[in-house]
Design a protein around this ligand. Structure first.
Ligand code: ARG
Length: 567
């Protein structure tokens, strides 16, 4: 429906004697929430200032001047909004032909025009198993990346590993003492966690261990070979394990430069801030004041060491220089909101305004467990590995119960299990906490990933039964029931939905849309039989089924979810 939107924008510009630009109009055109208000609407409020008239008057002027055509059947004014109603017959063929001809490229645009965008996500702290806290952030980032990609942006994915800090001095000491009791090549992250817990306990009984740990970290900072080698082992085994999980989740990264990467790049930051005179002493620490509403940002602690924030400041400087980004998007839990507010404020002393304005922090709510429903190893933390295994196993049980003869059952179970998890985390808007319930997540009915996947499988099975030939010439004017038209219009919204999801950094908009498509498809399927004798009607309905399958598959793929062909 994007071309129809263009036509509307052009006619608005014409009726205003070219006093505003087409892009300005395009930016503002919305799809009304309520179907009664038409297919597109254009708010005239921002024109009031430019044209020195009331929004209602402006809307009425446009309405009078606008020339209706074969695509637009009616225009109405409500409270400063112009509502456009499309000509259904024409819309049906325009939308369905567009989807079928573009196929897996439907929704792709070049809006990004090669602009550089950084999406930083996942960013776990190494030497610890990957836990649930990092899952939401991982799937959010991967999905934003997928969407930016199809909109023509040049996107770099960064995993800002938590791989630096005093705790590694302690871990190194533990590793030296206990390593012979373990096989680090197996279950490496649990081994490291175990070692860390043991040495920490020991250090609480024997303070001198903390001194050794401090010494170790100092040596690490100075690049001592032996110590560096141990740290590298921790980092390598961590990345290896994370990559195994990222593979299952179908996501990846262009860079694993985390905190350690900036350990030698912080001096410059301190110098710049010092030179600009914004670095002030506060009880022995060096801080930058960031306004009255926030505590100052600590850059160097009173004991002389740098902190998490210092490394983030160095990262901003480095990324501006290296990637020349127009946006650098960070995705973390909401407990880091203040941290990012502070460093973004300090960034104005480090980089040009255009970079500083491009720094964006996206935060999300917590994930809580519906108690008693899922086992955890130690009762509190849920490890992603366990969660994925559980989900795949349960998905397998469900599909075997439905049809034990299904081929490729393990792969399908993986697609459904993993898809269900990802969908569950993406369908909720970021700010909301999630209460997690695995059984609910895996339901084939309701607002779940499997429900959407199942819609795709149903569509494919109809098409296979009919042996639908995608090259058939189709008369889409035959699709004129309410269910058919509503489904077509919903499918036509897809490109706009992707843009909206990006605008709000909210994949939930796309996930919810896919649920709507699945629901409308179900309604259509119940009311409008596809396997009818009338060859032409059958083909037209098959075209609609085919277009639905394309949109669902593409939509799920943008969320990072695979579609099984059978389930
Ligand atoms: N490693 C951090 C954590 O687990 C998240 C890092 C977020 N990114 C950043 N540039 N600070 O909490």
């Amino acid at each position: 429906m994007e071309d129809i939107k263009e036509i509307i924008a052009e006619s608005i510009v014409l009726s205003l004697d070219n006093k505003i630009s087409k892009n300005d109009v395009l930016d503002k055109i919305e799809i009304p929430k309520d179907k009664e208000h038409g297919d597109f609407s254009y708010p005239c409020f921002n024109l009031a200032k430019i044209l020195k008239n009331s929004p209602v008057n402006i809307a009425n002027t446009i309405k009078e001047k606008i020339v209706l055509n074969d695509k637009i059947s009616k225009v109405e004014v409500i409270n400063g909004y112009l509502n456009f109603y499309l000509n259904n017959t024409n819309v049906t063929s325009t939308v369905l032909n567009e989807i079928i001809s573009k196929n897996e490229k439907y929704g792709d645009t070049n809006i990004g025009n090669g602009e550089n965008i950084i999406v930083e996500y996942s960013s776990p702290n190494i030497a610890k198993p990957f836990h649930l806290g990092h899952f939401r952030n991982t799937v959010l980032g991967a999905s934003l990346y997928n969407m930016y990609k199809i909109c023509g942006y040049n996107v770099t994915r960064i995993n800002h590993l938590g791989d630096w800090g005093r705790q590694f001095g302690l871990l190194i000491e533990g590793y030296k003492r206990f390593k012979d009791e373990y096989d680090i090549t197996k279950d490496s992250l649990n081994v490291l966690l175990d070692i860390y817990i043991r040495i920490n306990k020991l250090a609480k009984e024997d303070e001198s261990i903390f001194d050794i740990a401090r010494e170790n970290f100092k040596k690490l900072e100075e690049g001592n070979e032996e110590i560096l080698k141990l740290w590298k082992i921790f980092r390598d085994v961590s990345i290896k394990e994370y990559k195994r999980i990222y593979d299952i989740l179908g996501c990846g990264f262009d860079s694993y430069n985390g905190e350690a990467f900036y350990s030698d790049k912080m001096d410059e930051v301190i110098q710049i801030l010092d030179k600009k005179g914004v670095l002030v002493d506060s009880q022995g620490a060096k801080v930058v004041n960031v306004g009255e509403n926030m505590p100052p940002c600590i850059v160097v602690k009173s004991n002389g060491s740098t902190i998490y924030a210092t490394r983030d400041l160095a990262a901003i400087l480095y990324r501006a220089r290296t990637y020349d980004f127009s946006k650098c998007i960070y995705i973390t839990g909401s407990e880091q909101i203040l941290h990012f507010k502070q460093i973004f404020e300090v960034a104005k002393y480090l980089v040009d305004e255009k970079y500083q304005k491009g720094l964006i922090h996206i935060s999300y709510g917590m994930i809580r467990l519906k108690t008693g429903k899922m086992s955890t190893r130690d009762g509190t933390i849920v490890y992603i590995n366990d969660l994925i295994e559980d989900a795949i196993k349960k998905a397998k049980d469900i599909i075997i119960a439905k049809d034990a003869n299904l081929e490729d059952i393990d792969n399908i179970a993986k697609q459904i299990g993993v898809g269900a998890l990802i969908f569950n985390y993406l369908k909720t808007t970021k700010v909301k906490d999630i209460i997690f319930d695995l059984d609910e997540t895996l339901r084939f009915d309701g607002e779940t990933g499997p429900y959407v996947q199942y819609t795709y499988v149903r569509a494919k099975s109809i098409l296979n039964k009919v042996k639908f030939d995608t090259k058939t010439k189709i008369d889409y004017n035959l699709l004129n029931t309410k269910q058919e038209i509503e489904l077509v219009k919903e499918l036509g919204k897809f490109p706009n939905i992707v843009l909206k999801a990006l605008e709000e950094y909210e994949p939930a908009i796309l996930a919810r849309y896919l649920i709507d498509v699945a629901t409308l498809f179900s309604r259509f399927y119940n009311e409008c039989p596809v396997l009818v004798d009338d060859e032409n009607l059958k083909n037209a309905r098959c075209g609609l089924v085919y277009a639905t399958s394309i949109v669902i598959k593409k939509g799920l793929s943008l969320l990072g979810i695979e579609c099984p062909e059978k389930m």
